[in-house]
Design a binder for this molecule. Sequence first.
Ligand code: ADP
Ligand code: MG
Length: 243
Amino acid sequence: MTGADVVLSLAGTRRQRGSESDGFRLEVSHLALRRGECIAITGPSGSGKSTLLDLLGLVLAPDRSDGFMLNPQPGAAIDVARLWQRHDRNALAAIRARHIGYVLQTGGLLPFLPAIDNIRLSRDLLGLGDGDGLVERLTGALGIGRLLRKKPQALSIGERQRVAIARAIAHRPALLLADEPTAALDPGQAVGVMKLLLALVRELRITAVIVSHDWDLVSALGLRRVQAEPVTGEPLAVSRLTG
Ligand code: ADP
Ligand code: MG
């Protein structure tokens, strides 16, 4: 793996939640994600999955880090550890808005905006035009073309999650983070929505980290548990899409 192929790398990165004595500590000894790669993080409730995702998403500050680099395009490496040391929250927020997409368990759509405006929000904030046709491609692929004028409360949960996926990808981020994105769906629907998500990130060469407590779902997607577990201290497992 050459440096240019690595979109995200962490070494010796730690985050404590709650007190030192009876709180929770997440420790990532080493984690590197290649461009276009998809990984899943699995583990039981409370094992630190959301904590890890929030660290990767530049939402949660590490207590210490020996290395935390985001490389959204080849040759454009960003030293995230240093930005956290400097408490440069504006720079972190700008990087998050441009290079990261986040799908939450329950969508997190803005209730007062129709689906299409939710989807376009990050593009509009970044001043991206419609020239690349990506919004149309996404809404077509996700089967939500006829729902675009509806507000989130008029959509089913499955429809909301598909809108949330389109929203997280529409600005073509380097990194997509999804925290239990299908936990509110029935199992059959969950596999279908996850497969759509995987197909889109593969096509667009977006690096994706999908969190799930549901190992059956992760294996149904063809993700395989990796031997070396870079996240230590807690029963978190990392799976990579192979082949
Ligand atoms: P998961 O997503 O795997 O269910 P989390 O990352 O949400 O796990 O939580 C990991 C641990 O950190 C849990 O023990 C949880 O209680 C604790 N925790 C999460 N958020 C906070 C917080 N804001 N303050 C203190 N402890 C927290
Ligand atoms: Mg969680």
